[in-house]
Design a protein around this ligand. Structure first.
Ligand SMILES: [Zn+2]
Ligand SMILES: [Zn+2]
Length: 87
């Protein structure tokens, strides 16, 4: 049985195994998003609604541009939860 290919949580494209030359540690790389992820971090958390938490970018003054995961519902959805996790 083949191991399922991990997919990028942001663009759903298959990710590629990548060994960091500096540390020799395995990572998954998405060439579409140009992001590296530690293999253990490829699991996407669910928000409190049970939806896949969406990757967002912080726009607050203190953490401008920092990535985090928030509720999977649309920002305009008033029923969204206050799930929050730094990515
Ligand atoms: Zn991607
Ligand atoms: Zn939610």
């Amino acid at each position: 049985m083949a191991t399922p290919t991990p997919v990028c949580p942001d663009c759903s494209q298959p990710m590629t195994h990548f060994i960091a030359q500096s540390s020799g540690r395995p990572y998954m790389k998405c060439y579409d998003c140009n992001i590296l992820r530690a293999e253990r971090d490829t699991r996407i958390p669910n928000c409190n609604c049970g939806m896949t938490a969406k990757l967002r970018t912080s726009r607050t003054q203190h953490n401008y541009g920092r990535k985090f995961r928030g509720c999977g519902k649309a920002v305009s959805d008033t029923t969204k939860c206050d799930f929050f996790l730094w990515a």
